[in-house]
Ligand binder design. Structure first.
Ligand SMILES: [Zn+2]
Length: 424
């Protein structure tokens, strides 16, 4: 019977390509969050004739939601002869900006050999298309299946997911009483199961000074020099300490298996003038300098220790450096998430990969975060993984593409997983 299921998928190869192309051709750029309603309507028109009940849900009041750029989401649900368990496929519908360096039309969805090119091809419209074709093939082959299939298309993953999965989780859509298994077809590769991701803490640090004439800096206090002392302390204390800490989580790439921090931006003194400004700067001692830090922490570290390590460095400077004053403001935080290898969805997809590909999966974790955090923290649903086609390194790059063969492999694995969980 599995062979029949797989030959159905092979027969839908052209459909898979056309579906992926249609999705890429709807430019759902975020920011600002364009065409969300259009792509939700497209998915409704696709799934309703196949027996799904579709709900379009706007995340009223979420960050970024406005009448001009409404945050629309779709949840499509199809119950079998009984309604449990529910297997949910969640894909984000938004894509990041195009950026420079393209040699293809970013929204042309050009098919060239085995590759479909376009913004969002691998992250993650190819994964969304694969999960739809897998679900449709399974339903045709096993019309009397036992359980429920849900497919969601959600907004704003690229900007934190607050108008998408976080909103739906708050409304109960990921309650474990309603949904039992979640697969997020992010582009981790058709032979990898992604168990979770590291945590993140974003903050702005400001050092304070006192303005004075630049010819008499001793009459003021230079906030940029104070920031220099902060950066020096980070180099001497924080970065070596972070490099020595390693996680048990199988984070890829290898370099992200330790704590990391990016200094996202730095600015001190007068605001930068527009490029066409031809005047000279005034001579002033800067009274403020700000950096934004992007600290990715390990599940073993936790958020409190991450914050206090940085606060301790700043407090030590306050105690020892004359005139040192600072403020620190949290911008955002994301908790790490890790699904256990023994979880049912992991076991199921493992068996499906063994069956389809004849090999064991690689278990990985993501260096950045994705919507699993909201399903875990808000939905309290732990049985969740990312599994989908595509090469992660292509995400957000020019000439992004997805391989048709890769999508077909993932489609088979997803369909074989549905068969294990729901076939009667
Ligand atoms: Zn993504």
């Amino acid at each position: 019977m599995t062979d029949a299921l797989f030959s159905r998928i092979d027969d839908k190869r052209d459909d898979l390509i056309a579906l992926t192309q249609d999705l890429i051709r709807i430019p759902t750029l975020n920011p600002p969050g364009e065409n969300y309603r259009d792509i939700c309507e497209y998915l409704r028109a696709r799934l309703e004739p196949r027996g799904f009940t579709c709900e379009l849900i706007r995340a009223f009041g979420a960050p970024g939601d406005s009448d001009r750029y409404p945050r629309w989401n779709i949840v499509a649900r199809r119950e079998g002869v009984i309604n449990r368990p529910c297997v949910h496929f969640n894909s984000h519908i938004d894509v990041v900006e195009v950026g420079a360096g393209w040699t293809r039309d970013p929204f042309g969805a050009e098919l060239d050999g085995d590759r479909i090119y376009g913004r969002g091809a691998c992250d993650m419209k190819g994964g969304l298309a694969a999960s739809i074709i897998a679900a449709e093939s399974f339903i045709e082959e096993y019309p009397n299946y036992c359980g429920t299939i849900e497919i969601s298309g959600t907004a704003d993953e690229e900007s934190g997911g607050y108008g998408g999965v976080a909103y739906l989780a708050e409304k109960g859509y990921f309650d474990p009483a309603r949904v039992q298994h979640v697969i997020i077809p992010e582009p981790l590769g058709h032979d990898c199961i992604c168990l979770g991701h590291r945590g993140g803490w974003w903050a702005e640090i400001e050092t304070k000074g006192e303005i004075a004439h630049g010819s008499m800096p001793f009459l003021g206090d230079c906030a940029v020099r104070h920031m220099g002392a902060v950066l020096d302390a980070f180099e001497k204390k924080l970065f070596p300490a972070m490099a020595a800490r390693h996680t048990e989580m199988p984070v890829i790439p290898e370099g992200a298996r330790q704590s990391t921090m990016n200094i996202n931006s730095i600015h001190g003194g007068q605001p930068e003038q527009p490029a066409d400004y031809t005047g000279l700067p005034a001579h002033c001692v800067p009274d403020s300098c700000r950096i934004v830090i992007d600290r990715r922490f390990l599940i073993e570290e936790g958020i409190e220790a991450t914050q206090s390590e940085i606060r301790d460095i700043l407090e030590h400077l306050r105690a020892t450096r004359p005139g040192f004053r600072y403020e620190i403001r949290e911008l955002n935080r994301v908790m790490p998430s890790m699904t256990d290898k023994t979880a049912p969805v992991v076991q199921t997809v493992t068996k499906a990969i063994q069956e389809v590909l004849g090999q064991d999966p690689a278990y990985v974790a993501s260096p950045g975060s994705y919507d699993q955090k909201h399903i875990d923290r808000i939905g309290r649903l732990k049985n969740c993984i990312a599994y989908g086609p595509g090469v992660l390194e292509l995400a957000h790059k020019p000439d992004e593409w997805i391989s048709v063969e890769d999508m077909l492999s993932s489609t088979r694995v997803i369909a074989a997983s549905l068969k294990q969980l729901l076939a009667s």
